[in-house]
Write a protein that binds this ligand. Structure first.
Ligand SMILES: O=P(O)(O)OC[C@H]1O[C@](O)(COP(=O)(O)O)[C@@H](O)[C@@H]1O
Ligand SMILES: [Mg+2]
Ligand SMILES: [Mg+2]
Length: 326
């Protein structure tokens, strides 16, 4: 089985980008170890702090964020990082060619119950003006030169794209190396599985309710087939399942709070997952436009996400046609 760096060289990935991806793989091993230790290392539970988005930070959120910052900002190739756990960007090497946005630990509510969590990352080119402020990160997701995630599950996996399809690596704990276990991930076009937090049903737009209600009617309804539902409560794990066996994942607009109608963040959740999904033959959309086409206006911007198997996402988008926000 091929190791990480030879695989990247085989794909003729730029050496500076290889170096950044290698730094991320080092973070992955360290965070994987800490997640695995849990109570034994005293890393479970919450801190007394909140992040910029008013969410309570778990100790592992803070620790993973610090590790990623420390290791990435050591690199001469990284101009700046943006993180879910940082109010603003943190700058690094003045001449660094790349910007890295990340969600240090996705699925935080799973930490304390020993369920799946992950790290999501997006790598953008430093823009020509190299302004040194947050505006450098406000690029549509299509500009990403690489994107992916690390999944801390029963196996630790590194999954990414550099624009040449999607590759999955599995951490071989005996030698401490990521080994290539899937060289070309393809999402099946059709599916009978969907992922949504059903408890928000009453808050969705009527069009989204109608789509989901029709799925629930199964064979007896207009879709004419039975659907299964899964919800891991960690986007990283739900999207991993979609990449492995297809499905539709959505966190749509909901009307619970006017100031926060969307949950997922564009720069370090929506965009990297959208690039992976498109590279694996799926669709990633907001209901209005392809996620990768959005011009961001804030580094912590939130969006609606509908992604997965091409034909099923297209079916969902049909229901949403004409609705104001998905
Ligand atoms: O609490 P809910 O509604 O199940 O939301 C789960 C969603 O929230 C998230 O956990 C948000 O990410 P963070 O844990 O990084 O804040 C997503 O990964 C997941 O899809
Ligand atoms: Mg997250
Ligand atoms: Mg997080």
């Amino acid at each position: 089985m091929q190791r990480l760096i030879p695989t990247l060289r085989n794909d003729q990935v730029d050496e500076a980008l290889i170096s950044v991806l290698n730094s991320l793989s080092i973070c992955a091993k360290e965070i994987s170890f800490r997640v695995g230790q849990g109570d034994l290392a005293g890393v479970l539970g919450s801190t007394l702090d909140e992040n910029i988005q008013g969410e309570t930070q778990k100790k592992l959120d803070v620790l993973s964020n610090q590790l990623l910052k420390d290791i990435l900002l050591e690199s001469t190739h990284v101009r700046a990082v943006a993180s879910e756990e940082e109010d603003g960007i943190v700058t690094g090497a003045a001449e660094g060619q790349y910007l890295v946005a990340f969600d240090p630990l996705d699925g935080s509510s799973n930490i304390d119950i020993n369920s799946m969590v992950g790290t999501i990352f997006s790598i953008l080119p430093t823009p020509a003006d190299n302004s040194g402020d947050a505006s450098m990160f406000l690029q549509p997701g299509r500009q990403q030169v690489a994107a992916g995630y690390i999944l801390y599950g029963p196996r630790t996996m590194l999954v990414f794209t550099t624009g040449r399809g999607v590759k999955m690596f599995t951490l071989d704990q005996t030698v401490g190396e990521f080994l290539l276990t899937d060289a070309d991930v393809q999402i099946p076009l059709d599916t009978e599985e969907f992922a949504i937090n059903m408890s928000n049903h009453r808050h969705w737009r009527p069009e989204m309710r109608r789509y989901i209600d029709d799925l629930l009617l199964g064979k007896d309804g207009p879709r004419g087939k039975n659907f299964n539902m899964r919800w891991i409560a960690a986007m990283v794990a739900d999207v991993h399942r979609v990449l492995c066996r297809g499905g539709l994942f959505t966190y749509p607009w909901d009307g619970r709070s006017h100031s926060k109608p969307y949950k997922l963040r564009l720069l370090y959740e929506g965009n990297p997952m959208a690039l992976l999904v498109e590279q694996a033959g799926g669709i990633a959309h907001t209901g209005q436009e392809a996620i990768l086409d959005i011009q961001p206006d804030d580094i912590h911007q939130r969006i609606s996400v509908i992604l997965g198997s091409k034909n099923e996402v297209a079916a969902c988008l049909n229901y949403l046609e004409g609705s104001q926000t998905a």
